[in-house]
Ligand binder design. Structure first.
Ligand code: COA
Length: 322
């Protein structure tokens, strides 16, 4: 009999209505559409409106994931939200989402692992399923980076966007090959100053903004993500050719292409949203999953490799058979 494990059964996403193009940024900053496209592949990003919050976007994405799975909110045992941009320090975003969804049982908590947040949350949720604590669990990434961006810093503000994505996991003991095969997490606090927010709760004026040494982050990203995809495939005796889809964190097209080249995956096997969403941090992988499952690219039986790197530095990978 197969061991207890998690199936990915529901997918949902939410993007704010407002789209900001590169040209709009170039009108108020010393940058250009050409520069942004060439260095990052980004053409536009969605930016939260006054009524969009980490909670509202997470709730919208989660509702769509439940609808996709045909599961009612009352059957959900737990909610994990990966976010670095919560509306409040506490209560956790996840318990607010619990209330919004009408859940009166179970539990919820947030995970802060910056752009690796979704992989961390997926790993935690999978462990809760495997240990028998939950049957159904929502794993959400919801981010409002527009509220921690220094809009006068052209080196960072062009890179990020807002949004939320959600995946519903459901426990199985079935004999089929599907489910989350494994997740692998890493962090290295000595690299914390490469990408960080310069303030916290009760922050003083002119603090609380994202700061980054872009070139150093880029270098770490390509090296660590390459190791990370090797690690997860080796854990299952699989090779590059077994992977149906790479669903990477969407930070920069050049980083994504670097990892895809290493995997010898043609571009049509890589799910890319960074061109339209920019970097939505913990929301980027579930948003990309949602898009590719709903448009029929990712199908039942496909082997999906997810990977991410973010502030911490944190990084990791996950392998799932849909
Ligand atoms: N428009 C125009 N010029 C810009 C610019 C912008 N938006 N941002 C930076 N520049 C300038 C810099 O000031 C610098 O000018 P200088 O040479 O006169 O000093 C020049 O472009 C090169 O800067 P550099 O930072 O070396 O460029 P780069 O090729 O490394 O590209 C990033 C910059 C940010 C696109 C790239 O480093 C990157 O993507 N890093 C990873 C960032 C990331 O994904 N972080 C999130 C991880 S989760």
């Amino acid at each position: 009999m197969m061991a207890r494990r998690s199936l990915m059964v529901g997918f949902g996403g939410y993007l704010p209505d407002r789209i900001v193009t590169n040209d709009e940024l170039a009108a108020r900053l010393d940058t250009s559409d050409d520069w942004i496209r060439a260095r990052t592949g980004i053409t536009q990003r969605h930016i939260a409106g006054p009524n969009d919050t980490a909670v509202s976007m997470a709730t919208a994405a989660a509702s769509r994931a439940l609808e996709y799975a045909g599961v009612s909110a009352a059957d959900v045992d737990a909610v994990i939200v990966a976010t670095s941009t919560p509306d409040q320090a506490f209560p956790a975003t996840a318990v607010r989402v619990q209330a919004e969804l009408g859940l009166r049982g179970g539990f919820g908590f947030d995970i802060a692992a910056a752009c690796s947040g979704f992989v961390y949350a997926l790993s935690t949720a999978d462990a809760l399923v495997r240990s028998g604590q939950v049957e159904k669990i929502l794993v959400i990434g919801s981010e409002v980076y527009s509220r921690i961006i220094d809009w006068s810093d052209r080196g960072t503000c062009v890179l990020f966007g807002d949004g939320a994505g959600a995946v519903l996991l459901s426990a199985t003991d079935g004999a089929g090959p599907e489910g989350i095969l494994s997740t692998h997490l890493h962090s290295d606090g000595t690299t914390g100053d490469l990408l960080y927010v310069d303030g916290a709760v009760g922050r003083r004026e002119n603090s609380g903004f994202l700061r980054m040494r872009g070139r150093d982050v880029f270098r770490h990203a390509v090296a660590k993500l390459s190791d990370s995809v090797d690690e997860v495939l080796a854990a299952h005796g699989l090779t590059y050719t077994d992977v149906s889809w790479l669903v990477p964190h969407q930070a920069n097209l050049r980083i994504i292409e670097g990892v895809a080249r290493k995997l010898e995956l043609p571009p049509e096997r890589v799910v890319v949203t960074v061109d339209r969403h920019a970097n939505t941090s913990a929301a980027s992988i579930p948003l990309a999953m949602n898009e590719a499952v709903r448009d029929g690219r990712i199908r039942k039986g496909d082997l999906v490799l997810m990977e991410a790197l973010g502030g911490g530095l944190t990084w990791g990978s996950a392998l799932a058979r849909l």
